[in-house]
Design a binder for this molecule. Structure first.
Ligand SMILES: Nc1ncnc2c1ncn2[C@@H]1O[C@H](COP(=O)(O)OP(=O)(O)O)[C@@H](O)[C@H]1O
Ligand SMILES: [Mg+2]
Length: 247
């Protein structure tokens, strides 16, 4: 199967702060690709660059073979790049129903709102019961379910999820990982999963990357990374943030 997403020689940052260096990233269609790495190495920045939310200094982003490097974020959403940010991914004061409705109407579609809802309820039946509730009253794991549901309402062809288990109690971590596994199995959607809980994420993934200092230090099969010494080093707390100022 081909790659649904690729970056070539990508250099990214925020204004003068250069974060990502010469990155070649490949996401095979229909698979789960996991990115692991310590805090502050540029994982979120890569997802933002793919969405058009960070400054690309050089290099390209290709989606389904098309160069999208210069497209604004909403055009990328319309093309089918789904993105669930780590924070601020739901509107807590709105009801679950209004959250899903807003998400549905960001993208024009042949499908009706009700068809999209059925699709989401089929995957996450519990959301149906929660429809009248304010989203802020859901538990951490349920909020992530809603946030995933919102991305699905936009009918993505690719789903990128940034640290869905951050800040969750250990008991809920597995629930959220299982939700993602179920989504991958039922929909066949290609997923990019960024996680600091590397060992669990690598069980979900097919392909994996390890990121350090804005570069990939491993790319290959998820199970090969699971048994790689680099993974233990990461758990020993080696933290390398990138703060190089671009010349
Ligand atoms: N909006 C921003 N402006 C300037 N620097 C940022 C911004 N967001 C992140 N950074 C910096 O970019 C680096 C990588 O951050 P990030 O991509 O969030 O890492 P990760 O997701 O791997 O934890 C960090 O040094 C961080 O301080
Ligand atoms: Mg991050």
């Amino acid at each position: 199967m081909g790659n649904i997403l690729e970056t070539k020689g990508l250099n990214v940052g925020y204004g003068p702060i250069h974060v990502i260096y010469d990155l070649d990233f490949e996401v095979p269609d229909g698979e789960v690709t996991v990115i692991v790495g310590p805090n502050g190495v540029g994982k979120t920045t890569l997802l933002k660059a793919i969405m058009g939310l960070a400054t690309v200094y050089s290099g390209q982003v290709f989606f389904q073979g098309t160069d999208i490097t210069k497209l604004p974020p909403y055009e990328r959403t319309k093309l089918g790049i789904g993105y669930m940010p780590q924070t601020g991914n739901i509107f807590s004061k709105l009801t679950v129903e209004d959250n899903l409705k807003m998400a549905a109407y960001t993208v024009n579609s042949e499908k009706t709102y009700h068809d999209k809802l059925e699709f989401v309820f089929n995957l996450f039946p519990r959301l149906k019961e929660y429809m009248p509730r304010a989203a802020g009253t859901l538990s951490g794991g349920e909020r992530q379910m809603l946030a995933e549901g919102m991305v699905l309402m936009r009918e993505p062809k690719l789903m990128m999820v940034d640290e869905p288990t951050a800040g969750l109690m250990p008991k809920l971590v597995n629930d959220v990982m299982r939700q993602l596994e179920k989504m991958a199995e039922t929909t066949g959607l290609p997923i990019v999963l960024v996680e600091q809980r590397a060992k669990r994420a690598l069980q979900v993934g097919d392909k994996a990357y390890m990121m350090r200092g804005g570069k990939f230090t491993f790319s290959g099969k998820a199970d090969a990374l699971a048994n790689h010494p680099q993974l233990n080093e990461m758990y020993l707390g080696a933290v390398d943030t990138v703060q190089a100022v671009k010349e």
